[in-house]
Design a protein around this ligand. Structure first.
Ligand code: PBG
Length: 331
């Protein structure tokens, strides 16, 4: 970026261009449209599992019919993509995670249900074993160790079934090594060359995922933590290596997660790699904003401000639970 040339005061008065709404509109550097949003939804297969998530006030777990209605809402509001997270039957979670590649699991049923009512909407999925894992981990566990290569094989099975069900964008959120190359290779060799991969490339081991784990019913299960596969929040260079590696293995798009505490990483990833870059404004960020807003401690304007911040930091798009509210506001 060139250095700005500023005449000395009073020739330069930066307030001149802030004086009126018209002048501020003309000098706005970043914008946000509904087209920048990916809306994550929770879909339950448990009878009576639908309803508001206590730690995410305003966010509902949906039935399949609810997911279809969300798809129609997304279409009406010009939100280009939904991302599906399954709330699965606890009795069917196993150590082998076999349900993850069952074409009839709730995630795959949701893909098909959404495609029925909104074929033009992009459907994104999550690739990780946690919704179907008795241990709550994203990978297979043996003797307390998260297995890398065995997990990657399981993820490939899961991905092919999701692609078959109609997913447009696969979102590997598991942080195993080698998964992007394995997924890309399997998609190519199984006639799914047009399915895109949005890699959760720089995913940190974060406390901000707490409400999400409540939402998908994983909170009580997780034995230990995810620090042997998710990244250390102190690391920046490692994030760049993760992104470089995933792009080199065939990721079409990359993500930084969580979002707001990691905007420096977003900016650096965008500048270094010039690839389609996304951030996930995660459940804990939502809970923080929404909790403060509902208590009257913050005004609702912080929601838009938080999303503009992602755009300013270089993100092409944002996964956010605020997608429908903001798209409605922008419409
Ligand atoms: C799990 C997954 C998580 C999120 C998305 N996919 C949780 C985790 O890694 O424990 C978090 C999303 C959020 O907090 O909103 N594979």
């Amino acid at each position: 970026m060139p250095d700005p040339i500023l005449a000395p005061f009073p020739a330069t008065r930066l307030r001149r261009l802030r004086r009126t709404p018209a002048l501020r509109a003309l000098t706005t550097e970043t914008n946000l449209t509904a087209g920048n949003l990916i809306w994550p939804i929770f879909v339950t297969e448990i009878a009576g599992g639908e309803g508001e998530i206590p730690s995410m006030p305003g966010v509902q777990r949906l039935t399949l019919d609810g997911a279809k209605r969300a798809a129609e809402t997304a279409m009406r509001l010009n939100i280009p993509a939904l991302c599906i997270f399954p709330h699965s039957d606890p009795d069917q979670k196993t150590e082998g995670c076999e349900r993850a590649w069952d074409p009839e699991n709730i995630g795959n049923r949701a893909i098909r249900a959404i495609k029925e009512v909104a074929p033009d909407l992009a459907v994104m999925t999550d690739i990780a074993l946690d919704p179907y894992n008795a241990n709550g981990h994203d990978g297979l566990v043996r003797d307390g160790v998260i297995l890398n290569d065995e997990t990657v094989e399981a993820l490939v099975r899961m991905a092919l079934v999701q692609a078959e069900a109609g997913a447009d964008i696969l979102g590997p959120s598991d942080m195993m090594d080698g998964r992007i190359g394995a997924l890309r290779g399997a998609l190519e060799s199984h006639g799914r060359k047009d399915v895109a991969i949005l890699s959760y490339a720089a995913k940190y081991a974060s406390g901000f995922y707490g409400p999400f784990r409540d939402a998908v019913g994983a909170s009580g299960r997780l034995v230990g933590d995810k620090k042997t596969y998710q990244m250390n929040p102190a690391n920046r260079e490692e994030a760049l290596r993760c992104v470089a590696r995933d792009l080199a293995e065939g990721a079409d798009m990359v993500m930084v997660k969580p979002g707001m505490p990691y905007l420096d990483i977003c900016r650096e990833v965008k500048d270094r790699f010039a690839a389609p870059t996304y951030a996930y404004q995660v459940s804990g960020e939502y809970a923080m904003l929404e909790g403060a807003i509902r208590n009257g401690w913050l005004g609702r304007g912080v929601v838009l401000e938080s999303l503009i911040a992602f755009r300013r930091a270089g993100c092409d798009g944002i996964l956010t639970y605020y997608a429908p509210e903001i798209a409605e506001m922008l419409a």
